[in-house]
Design a protein around this ligand. Sequence first.
Ligand code: AMP
Length: 281
Amino acid sequence: MNVISTVKDIRTLLLTYKQKQRTIAFVPTMGKLHDGHLSLIREAKKRADIVVVSIFVNPTQFGPNEDYNQYPRDLNTDLKHCLSLKVDVVFTPSASDLYGKATHPTEIYIPTLSQLHCGQSRKTFFKGICSVVLRFFMIIQPDIAIFGEKDYQQFILLSQMVTDLFLPITMISAPIYREKNGLAMSSRNTYLSKSQLQEAAEIYTALTNAKQLFQQGETSSNVLVEQITQHIQSNTSIRIDYCVGIDYQLLTSKNHLKRNDRILFAGYLNKTRLIDNISLV
Ligand code: AMP
């Protein structure tokens, strides 16, 4: 396994694979890898000759009062996981190498979509994500990129970026990986105590109950969202940031939901931000 920390070195290495016509699948992460990340890597292994995983806590997607400094980092364990899955290349760039020397480096911004849902409380979040992922795409030039549905809005935004900029990359999404109690796996779950981990699992219970209601014929977003809100308020101390029924392609909120549409949820347990979503099928 090659562990590479500079843009120059990874370009040199990837060129040798490209000259041999090897296909490349790319899995971007912020590290502190859990089974959700590993499921993306397994998917990547199935789909391409070479798997590249990036581990980079991207400063530009964090707001000034967010957890950039506290965000969990554990490179040694991450590398062990990657080695055990036979990852070919782990890319661990520095922020200065990725963003260069300019006082105001190029930013990528998708209007409107960036301001919805997570973008309402995290104003510059998606600008930071698009700005870093486009850099990775230009450096690595993968054939395939794999993202988790856990960050559903992120996947739709990045897919639009790929379409808008004519990038020759196939975007693949992978299902949300969960703990036994239903809690969506997240690096931020390391902030939670044992009892908070149980409390946070109520998000999935609430989403699953709403999905059952949908399956029984209830299509009103208001009714489904209200049921989730009630459940969260009665069973947890989670402060809801948003809960919304959306069109699964456009991301816009809808009054009446159809098959494949989604309910997105975000909230805070103390200071820990938790997001989740469910597909209505
Ligand atoms: P992160 O390290 O949180 O930036 O996530 C890196 C990638 O892993 C993103 O595409 C996430 O959507 C994905 N991911 C994070 N958590 C999960 C999960 N529980 N199940 C599946 N994919 C996940």
